[in-house]
Each structure stands twice: as structure tokens, then as C-alpha cells.
Write a protein that binds this ligand. Structure first.
Ligand code: GCW
Length: 682
């Protein structure tokens, strides 16, 4: 039996059809398109749960009110006076309107295409379950981003790199799983939040995974594609750049070699025989020991374009990752700065990528830390399609043991002004292609799901997947309204439940940041698995991730004046804001500057006192999360309650560990006491 946690925000349990009742007895639909069938199936399922009665599906107009479901095209044969203005004209858009047919009121769900219809259905169900009144139901809505994609770091043996919620739902024992019913349930969840693409396998493409693009696996991969297709989701595969050598019989994978080009063309043609709407490839090249064009003295545009050429005739895309840096740095060499790498590698190539290449850029210049500045590459690539890569899985943000609601962070990133074309050049506008008039753009998130009961391990981490989809659809939404929406859909309408959970979610990122990483310092984690404190875990390593704490000071000088010069990668006035210690925001101070512990922050506190205070506060606030949660006992599903409680307890332990390790570390470094004389181990 599936637990309640399994149904996530699609449980339709805590609400009723209310004032929508009159419309809900009949559904009229004429199209038999597979995705419209899915939309009808979902509408029927949802309404049945809400009304405790199945609506009737008709292909003609009944005498009483009904719901009409169809595309703009389908509408042409109807006598419904639906006035549509703008938004719906966007690909995947939809409108919901209340219109008349003679004397009959009709609730019309109209999609720009079939996917739009499906999104319109999910919108209606969401609106009903959020308790939105009929007066407010009318909408014309279209996605802000064309590409709304989830990346899975799943391996064929079932393991998930950086997965904290069980094993892969796609793969097991080096095969695609037989029973794909869970994949269908996943597709439902994704479609309900507007996701339209999924990369099935890890960007680190190992031995077996290299063969996913061959006859050996394609029959099974296409079974997965069949499931997703019904929900309007395209599948993509991560590829191994050295595949022509590793699984072909070529002596080289040089992207300019004719044999290599031909090899990839044939591979691609074969894929499209199995999967006619295949999305394309995701590539991690020349990064963390993965092969790439550098081996052959070629640049990344040459590498990406070779694949793009093979995919182009079929309408496929290449997502090419910008996560390219030297991971064999000598820590003694202070001129080296990992933060500069993506920009240095890709900025010179702007304008050289084919128009079906999308450069996939991690949000920050380092690697998914709880606090980083936004990558200066956004806004710097003016002639290249770009996508923003976010990490929904909580590698560095608590690993789904600690609560960390990420939309608050993501919103800051999306709102960040690059000034690429003057004020208002936000990351949101860069990545949806509108700022520079690019053809493709979007938002990509690394998945946080696995085969655990609740999908996400921590049931409240479902809010991150939900929030990711909602922001990819519409970056103008606020993290708070997303949290409220998710909480209502998941837990119902009890005011206390909503207020408590929303306040926990909204505070969680700050709390996590407080007890882990002060002032923009990252990487004080245990090497390898990346959970728990280890202030010097990466300090003398080759990965290029340092904070340079000594007894006098801490932070990385990335200024032009005296440091690595990273700040120059930003446009003005951002470059100067970070360069100048007076204007650099406190929360990123140590990312940009090396300062003595007695340096006064804008808050008036010294750096050392800030470190102590935030660590004591963070650990207390972690305890507070549990206190809050305890007030909900009996008000929400018992099993979910216990699952969350168990994790909040782990979080408290973790927070205390962080507090004491970090405080002691800096006390020993500085010999400076906490002004409040709290317990710091010596
Ligand atoms: O953050 C690092 C992770 C790796 C990951 C890599 C990447 C998939 O620790 O596990 O590899 O980033 O994004 O390629």
C-alpha cells in the first residue's frame, strides 16, 4: 500500500470541489490525442477524489454546465466565445475561462498545444485544492521558460550520485527496471508542475551507461520515453564524450575527425528510430576527469557543435555544461581561483555555439554552496543559449536530513541583476532567452528523488521539487506563496498547519547557513560525502576550494586590486560593489575579501563574533524547528509526522556538531573569546 507521503501534492485529500461542483459532472472533449487523454485521465481522477463521484466524459455538449477541454485548434469547432489575449500564445501555455454556450456556463480549459491542456487541467485542480474561489479562476498563463528540465544523476546499477532518497526509479542491476508504474507516478508529479524534460542518467557517464545510446539499451530506454511522452515530457541522455573510442572502434573521439562525426550521426539516427521525440544530449566534458575535446586540442564549441550537428536534423538539443575547472590545483598557488574557471573557459567562445546548443551553467562560480554569488557567466554570454543549473538534491545543503527550503535561494539567483544590458537584466531574463533574444533557454534542476516512500527522503523536501517546477514555470512567483500553495495541497487548510510549516520552510535556509557557512565561506564539509563539519576538509586539497583561514584572518581575496581578479568578471556596478569592501554585502564578504577576524561587518559585529553568534543561533533555531513541528502532532498524517520528526532530530545533532566544531576551530585559531561567554570547547 502506498503511504500518504507517496502522493505528495497530488493527494486531493484535504479539500472538496465546493463551488466548482456545477461544472464538474461533465467533461466535454473531442480530441483523442494521447496527451489530451492523459489530461482527461488526470481530471477524472482528481475530480473523482474531490466529489467522490466520477465525472462523465462526453464528446458533445450536455444540457447543463460542463468543463470543456481542448487545444486552441479544437476550439475552432466549438461555439464557445473564448477571448484569448496573450500568454496562451506561448508554447505550452493555457487559458481557463468561464464562458457561455447559449444559456449554459462552461468552464473552458484551452491549451496552446496538448501539453498546455494538461497544464491547464493541473492548474484547475491546484486552484480547487488551494481553495481559490471561482471568481479568481480565470487565467491566461504561459511558461516563462521554454526548457524546464530535471537532471538525474542515476547510474545503471541503481545508485544515485548525490542522492539522499533511495535508489533510482529507472535503473537497477545494470538494466532498466521492468515495472515502470513508479515512473508513471513520477511523470504525473512532474507534469503537474510544468516540467517538460528529464535527463535519465548521471552526467558522470561510466562504463555501462556509455552504452545507453546503443541497441543494447535503447529498446528499454524507449519504454521510459513512452511513459514520459504521455505527460508531455521529453527524455534526454547524458553521454560520454569518449564513446567513439570506448564503445565504437575508433582510435579517437576528436570532434573534428570525420569518422567521429559520422559515428555520432549514426548513433543519433538510431536513437531517433526508437524515440522519435528524443530531447538530446547532456554533456559533462573535460570536467572532474571526464573526457572532452581538450584531449584533442579542440575547444568546447567544437565539441558541442559536433554533437549539435548530429542532433539538429532531428530537432535535438545539446546541453553542454559549463562546469569546467582545474581540479588538480596546487593549494600553495594563490593565484589560482576556481571561481574564475567557467567564465574563462566559455566567455571567449560566445557566438561560436550552434543554435541547438544550450550552455548549462551552475548558479554559482563554485559548486552549489549554501551561499555563493551568482555566476558572472550569466549576462556574459550574449550570443549563446544558456540554462541555469540548480541543485534540488541537497548535496551541500543538508542532504535531506536537514530542512532547507531552496526556493528562497533560487529566487535570489533569478532576481539577481547582471546589468548586462543595464538595470533590470536579471538572471531570469538571461536564462529564458529574452534579454539577448536567444532561441532556447531555461532552468535545469538536479533531482532530489529516489525510490524512498516519500520520493525525497525528507517529506518536506518535496517542497523543493514542487518549488523548482513552479519557479521554472514562473520565476516571478514568491517563495512564500509557493510554500503556502505546496503546504495546502500537501497537508490541507488548517491555519495552524499552514502557518507552522510555511514558517519552518521560510526560515530553513537561513538557519542552515547560520550553523554551517559564515559570510560566504563554503566547503567546510567532510570531503567525499559532503555532510557534517570539517573546516579544513578541503583546505589543502587539489579541488581548488579554500577559505585560507589562519590565525590572523580568513577569506579569499578575489579583488582586482590585491587578489585573484575574479570581481572583474562582473559588469558594473556589480564588479565594484564586490571589489570594494565597503559595499560588498556581509553575507558574501569572505567570498570576496580576506579580512582580520576583528574586521567590523555592516551589522556592527566583528567577523569572529558573527561566526560565534550565528553558530549559536543556528543550532538553537534548529531546535526551534522541532518544537514547532511538535505542535502539529495529531494534525497531520502520523507517518509523515514521524518521518519528519526523525529528520529534525538528526538536524539538531548535525547543527550542534557544526556549531561546536566551527566555533572551536575559530577560537583556537584566534584566541578571541565570545563576548557572551557561551560554551566553546577549547
Ligand atoms: O558537486 C559536484 C558533485 C559531483 C558532481 C559534480 C557535477 C555529478 O560533488 O558529484 O558530479 O559536482 O556537477 O558534475
Amino acid at each position: 500500500k502506498k503511504s500518504k507521503a507517496y502522493n505528495c501534492w497530488l493527494n486531493y485529500e484535504n479539500c472538496s470541489v465546493g463551488e466548482y461542483q456545477d461544472f464538474c459532472n461533465y467533461i466535454k472533449v473531442k480530441s483523442t490525442h494521447p496527451i489530451i487523454n492523459t489530461a482527461i485521465e488526470e481530471l477524472k481522477f482528481g475530480l473523482n477524489k474531490l466529489m467522490k463521484k466520477e465525472p462523465l466524459i462526453l464528446n458533445y455538449s450536455p444540457k447543463s454546465s460542463y468543463i470543456f477541454v481542448g487545444t486552441l485548434e479544437d476550439l475552432k469547432n466549438e461555439k464557445l466565445d473564448v477571448q484569448i489575449k496573450n500568454e496562451i500564445l506561448k508554447e505550452d501555455g493555457f487559458a481557463v475561462k468561464i464562458v457561455k454556450e447559449g444559456d449554459t456556463d462552461v468552464l473552458a480549459i484551452i491549451g496552446q498545444n496538448e501539453k498546455g491542456v494538461l497544464y491547464g487541467v493541473f492548474y484547475l485542480l491546484r486552484a480547487i485544492c488551494s481553495g481559490n474561489s471561482l471568481n479568481e479562476i480565470e487565467i491566461e498563463d504561459g511558461p516563462y521558460n521554454l526548457l524546464r528540465i530535471i537532471n538525474h544523476w542515476d547510474n545503471l546499477n541503481g545508485e544515485i550520485e548525490r542522492g539522499y532518497a533511495g535508489q533510482s526509479i529507472f535503473f537497477k542491476d545494470n538494466k532498466v527496471v521492468e515495472d515502470l508504474s513508479r515512473v508513471k507516478d513520477y511523470a504525473r508529479l512532474l507534469a503537474s508542475i510544468g516540467i517538460n524534460g528529464v535527463v535519465l542518467n548521471n552526467v558522470n557517464v561510466h562504463k555501462y551507461e556509455t552504452e545507453l545510446i546503443t541497441d543494447k539499451f535503447l529498446p528499454d530506454v524507449s519504454r521510459i520515453a513512452d511513459v514520459f511522452r504521455l505527460y508531455g515530457i521529453k527524455i534526454y541522455l547524458s553521454i560520454n564524450f569518449a564513446a567513439p573510442v570506448e564503445i565504437g572502434d575508433l582510435p579517437t573521439a576528436d570532434p573534428l575527425d570525420e569518422r567521429v562525426k559520422k559515428w555520432w550521426k549514426e548513433i543519433v539516427e538510431n536513437i531517433y528510430r526508437y524515440i522519435p521525440d528524443f530531447g538530446g544530449f547532456l554533456v559533462k566534458a573535460d570536467s572532474e576527469f571526464r573526457p572532452g575535446p581538450f584531449t584533442y586540442g579542440r575547444n568546447h564549441a567544437e565539441g558541442a557543435n559536433m554533437l549539435a550537428e548530429a542532433l539538429k536534423p532531428h530537432g535535438g538539443l545539446v546541453f553542454w555544461r559549463a562546469f569546467v575547472y582545474n581540479c588538480m590545483v596546487d593549494w600553495r598557488d594563490r593565484t589560482q581561483d576556481r571561481a574564475k574557471a567557467a567564465y574563462e573557459n566559455f566567455k571567449p567562445l560566445d557566438g561560436q555555439f550552434m543554435d541547438n546548443v544550450v550552455l548549462q551553467i551552475k548558479y554559482g562560480p563554485m559548486d552549489f554552496q549554501i551561499r555563493e554569488p551568482v555566476s558572472p557567466l550569466f549576462g556574459a554570454m550574449e550570443k549563446t543559449n544558456v540554462a541555469l543549473e540548480l541543485q534540488i538534491t541537497q548535496e551541500y545543503t543538508g542532504q535531506q536530513k536537514d530542512l532547507c527550503y531552496l526556493p528562497t535561494m533560487w529566487k535570489e539567483i533569478l532576481d539577481f541583476d547582471t546589468y548586462a544590458k543595464g538595470k533590470g537584466s536579471t538572471v531570469a531574463k538571461v536564462v529564458n532567452g529574452s534579454l539577448f533574444g536567444m532561441k532556447y533557454g531555461g532552468i535545469v534542476g538536479v533531482s532530489n528523488i529516489g525510490d524512498s516512500k516519500s520520493w525525497t527522503g525528507h517529506p518536506l523536501a518535496q517542497a523543493n521539487l514542487y518549488g523548482f517546477g513552479r519557479l521554472a514555470w514562473n520565476p516571478l512567483l514568491s517563495p512564500k506563496e509557493i510554500a503556502e500553495e505546496w503546504t495546502k495541497l500537501t497537508f490541507g487548510h488548517d491555519e495552524q498547519v499552514i502557518n507552522t510549516i510555511v514558517s519552518m520552510l521560510m526560515a530553513s535556509r537561513d538557519i542552515y547557513e547560520k550553523y554551517t557557512a559564515p559570510l560566504g565561506v563554503g566547503w567546510m564539509v567532510n570531503p567525499g560525502h559532503h555532510y557534517g563539519p570539517n573546516p579544513e576538509g578541503y583546505e589543502y586539497s587539489h579541488w581548488g576550494t579554500y577559505h585560507y583561514a589562519d590565525y590572523k584572518g580568513i577569506g579569499v581575496d578575489r579583488t582586482v586590486a590585491t587578489g585573484t581578479g575574479y570581481t572583474a568578471q562582473y559588469k558594473e556596478p556589480i564588479a565594484s560593489m564586490y571589489e570594494n569592501i565597503e559595499t560588498c554585502p556581509d553575507e558574501l564578504l569572505l567570498f570576496f575579501h580576506h579580512v582580520p577576524y576583528t574586521h567590523k561587518l555592516k551589522s556592527g559585529k566583528t567577523v569572529i563574533q558573527h561566526i560565534y553568534d550565528t553558530h549559536f543561533e543556528g543550532a538553537e533555531e534548529a531546535k526551534g524547528l522541532k518544537e514547532k513541528w511538535l505542535t502539529l502532532r495529531g494534525k497531520i498524517d502520523e507517518e509523515i509526522f514521524e518521518m519528519v520528526l526523525e529528520r529534525l532530530e538528526m538536524q539538531i545533532k548535525n547543527a550542534i556538531e557544526w556549531r561546536d566544531v566551527v566555533n572551536t576551530y575559530f577560537y583556537r585559531k584566534t584566541g578571541i573569546r565570545d563576548v557572551h561567554n557561551r560554551k566553546i570547547y577549547e
